[in-house]
Design a protein around this ligand. Structure first.
Ligand SMILES: *Cc1c(COP(=O)(O)O)cnc(C)c1O
Length: 420
């Protein structure tokens, strides 16, 4: 018998078997996967009979739609805020040629790019004179501080120098484009006098950052925006979450309108957290400062595309799924959870949802879950539709807070299959 590794199927033969994949992923990518699979067979890691299957398994799409059964509303690993149907329609509508910078009446170039969205943001944020939209919250903060304080100092409390995720730290982000940080106070306590002592000739701005992903409890003091506003330098507040107005259900979560009313000059936030829109960075505040920022060369590098503008405009006009999900009550969720549990022979247990990485750390959203054996979770994730549930204390908990009611039947079927 010869060496089976010499019987490795030929590239063209494998490619013929993978015609559906070629259609979906493109020939170049599939060919790379085939080469890698042949290599794996040559090294003995994969049986030669499985080269085609192995190549197929190497091809994964960027995205698989997921049913979010975790109860976590703004789930960063699941793409943060899901878009509303209106926002999705708006993206489709903007996908072809559109008049983003053309005046259809005169046929001349227009300067309106994004203007309707900016007007909508100003209208939705009492106290905002002007607005600007950039790529994400990090870009908004970076642009604002670069414009106000390049080669100068940004005064910030030590308790607010946060890591926003994936190893990215706010201090590094801020200093990467020129501003120097002037840290004041301590991790748990910062007083007005700390800011006063630090402010001087070199100060470009005072920054206040909302610690959106953790909570410091106990012996703590922070200086409210009202007091910072009296210090004679621009006050920038990074609220993170993107609440434009106060939500009584999230009493500790800062919102743009309240922060501006308290005297902030500029507020920065994300578009895809509690605002519930596409990934975007939002800057609102004083017109003169916003105009300076708009004209900064870096603003062009952070500019958003027409699809983001379209989705944001529709979100501002029509509400967001994350808002609906946050406001679902235990009463709303009980009957649906019972139906699911009865259909699959599970038990209903109390389960608290969360706002998520988008804000309001520590806030619990009371509700329910269908409690299943832990092993079901992995089956659910690899099913079609893929379902991500919460694993806790050796159980797989299926929470309907962030599931659209029209998906209940699909979810029940998916759970049945996962348990089989
Ligand atoms: C999320 C967050 C950011 C980063 O925003 P992105 O949109 O993820 O770039 C910055 N600051 C705060 C306070 C945040 O919560």
């Amino acid at each position: 018998m010869g060496d089976p590794r010499r019987d490795i199927p030929r590239t063209d033969d494998v490619l013929r078997q993978l015609s559906a994949e070629v259609d979906r992923f493109g020939r170049a990518r599939v060919k790379t996967a085939v080469t890698d699979a042949q290599q794996a067979a040559r090294s003995g890691a994969v049986p030669t009979a499985e080269v085609t299957d192995h190549a197929r398994s190497l091809l994964t799409r960027s995205f698989t739609p997921v049913i979010n059964a975790t109860g976590v509303v703004v789930h960063t690993n699941l793409g943060r805020a899901p878009l509303s149907n209106k926002a999705i329609d708006a993206i489709v509508g903007a996908a072809g040629y559109v008049d983003v910078e053309l005046d259809l009446a005169t046929g001349a170039r227009s300067r309106k790019r994004g203007k309707p969205v900016l007007d909508a943001l100003v209208a939705a944020t009492p106290g905002a004179e002007a607005a600007l939209v950039v790529n994400n919250g990090a870009a908004a903060l970076s642009l604002v501080l670069t414009c106000l304080a390049a080669r100068r100092e940004v005064v910030v409390s030590r308790g607010e120098l946060i890591e926003i995720g994936d190893g990215f730290r706010l201090p590094d982000l801020i200093e990467s484009t020129g501003p120097r940080l002037r840290e004041v106070g301590t991790t748990n306590r910062t007083h007005a006098a700390d800011y006063e002592r630090a402010i001087g000739e070199a100060t470009g701005a005072v920054l206040k950052v909302h610690p959106s992903n953790f909570r410091v409890e106990g012996f703590t003091t922070a200086v409210p925006v009202e007091q910072l506003a009296g210090l004679g330098v621009p006050v920038v507040v990074d609220i993170g979450s993107g609440l434009l107005q106060r939500d009584p259900l999230l009493p500790d979560e800062p919102d743009a309108a309240s922060v501006l009313a308290a005297g902030a000059d500029l507020v920065t936030a994300s578009g895809d957290k509690l605002l519930g829109g596409p990934q975007a960075g939002i800057i609102v505040g004083r017109a003169e400062l916003v105009e300076r920022i708009r004209r900064h060369p870096l603003a062009r590098a952070f500019r958003v595309d027409k699809l983001t503008l379209a989705a944001l405009e529709a979100t501002l006009a029509g509400g967001a799924p994350v808002t609906d999900y946050r406001h679902r009550t235990p009463e709303d969720l009980l009957a649906r959870t019972r139906r699911l549990a009865d259909a699959v022979g599970a038990e209903v247990v109390p389960h608290d949802g969360r706002v998520g990485g988008g804000g309001a750390p520590g806030v619990q959203l009371p509700g329910w879950a269908a409690s299943l054996p832990e092993a079901v979770a992995a089956q659910l994730r690899s099913g079609d539709p893929a379902v991500v549930a919460r694993v806790r204390d050796g159980r797989c908990l299926v929470d309907l807070r962030c599931v659209e009611e029209r998906d209940d039947e699909r979810l029940i079927e998916a759970v049945r299959r996962a348990m089989a």
